[in-house]
Write a protein that binds this ligand. Sequence first.
Ligand SMILES: Nc1nc2c(c(=O)[nH]1)N[C@H]1C(S)=C(S)[C@@H](COP(=O)(O)O)O[C@H]1N2
Ligand SMILES: [Mo]
Length: 432
Amino acid sequence: MEVKKLHRRQFLKKGALAGFAASTMHFAGAKTTTAAEPQETQASQDYKSYGDRSSFESSARKSEARSFPAHRTCPIQDTVGIITPSALHFVSNHSVPPNIDPKEYSLLIHGLVDRPLTYSLEELKRLPSVTRVHFLECNANSKPPMAKGSPTKILANGSLAFATAQDIWGRTSCSEWTGVPLSLLLKEAGLQSRASWIVSDSNDSMHFTYDLPLAKAMDDVLVAYGQNGEAVRPEQGYPVRLLVPGFEAPYSVKWLRQIKVVDEAYTPKTQAIEHAYSRPDLKGKALWLYYQIPPKSVILRPSGGQQLPGPGYYEITGLAWSGGGAIRKVEVSVDGGKSWKDARLQEPVHRMAHTRFRFDWTWNGQETVVQSRCTDEQGVVQPTLDELDKNWGIDSREFWRSATPEHGPFHFNAIQPWRVAQDGSVHYAMFS
Ligand SMILES: Nc1nc2c(c(=O)[nH]1)N[C@H]1C(S)=C(S)[C@@H](COP(=O)(O)O)O[C@H]1N2
Ligand SMILES: [Mo]
């Protein structure tokens, strides 16, 4: 057979590293070791019926500074592939989460419909389901961490000490979600002619409430009960949440209680107070709500707080995503933005999902800046910080220093530069 005839050396030649001369291909840090005898660490009868990861693995969520009552960032720099392990999915809770018995659960659909309906979880699961890979991203993700009250220290050269990808970019995650299309439930209930928006609320202590244009609700929104092959996690809204693909994550109401069909935007309190931002280009005189996430990408290895052991080959890897659909292209620059080359995209590329990119790099040991920029299926390109400033009509270098954690234009998608210093340390270099 063809495959069997390929010797190891031939195989390596055909591989991704074929372009690297053997002499330049010393792997920093790679050591020759002899295989150790496998250690019997756990008797097989000790394996749990619901398993844990290896005791050597320690990647973990982190509390955010503003952590009332529970905001947790995802260790995005440690993930591989495109699916975030459910146990590491970022968490954003604005009040006390409920603990819902699935037997007691019910979802009410009412308002401008012909037949108000309630569904138990079992009834929802009898309906035709779909499974799709989608990211969720908090509106506050990737905003510069230099606002007042931020724990991040600004160094003399403008670098931010200790700013890791998790600190800045950890409010996004990507899962395989399973559920019933919301359009199916709304059609069952029968939409009346004045119907144009929906308002969804939840079973948490504040009844977190958000509205959504009906056109989006009828397009691709899921009433989700599955996450990565099992029930939605308690932190993610067990037993049922809305999943609004490509929109800022607050639209995806967790612990979903009811959906009311209405004839105008309601802008409920949680939306108006916690998620509307003043427009700097209008001198802060107007509050603005954002919907679709713009194209974003970030290099995760190497990224802030990491340490390269020395010159040599490294795979640069990171994630790209866009609320506008599929990622078409990710370019990487390893020379401070002078030149850009296409990265490889992990296939298949899902629409409105994290997309893994990979890029071969041989670091020569000199200080440099690495960064990525993506383009989505609509041809929208991730902007530089200067382009973003121009769109918003601000000088961000001044703006971010005077901003407070609660105040400032979120929805931040500027290209993220990381500086690799000569000693191999990696730093946030957005403003330097
Ligand atoms: N019921 C309810 N839904 C909610 C929230 C909440 O506090 N309560 N937080 C919202 C916000 S601000 C975000 S960013 C996303 C986060 O989803 P996750 O916690 O599953 O990552 O959930 C949204 N849905
Ligand atoms: Mo959020």
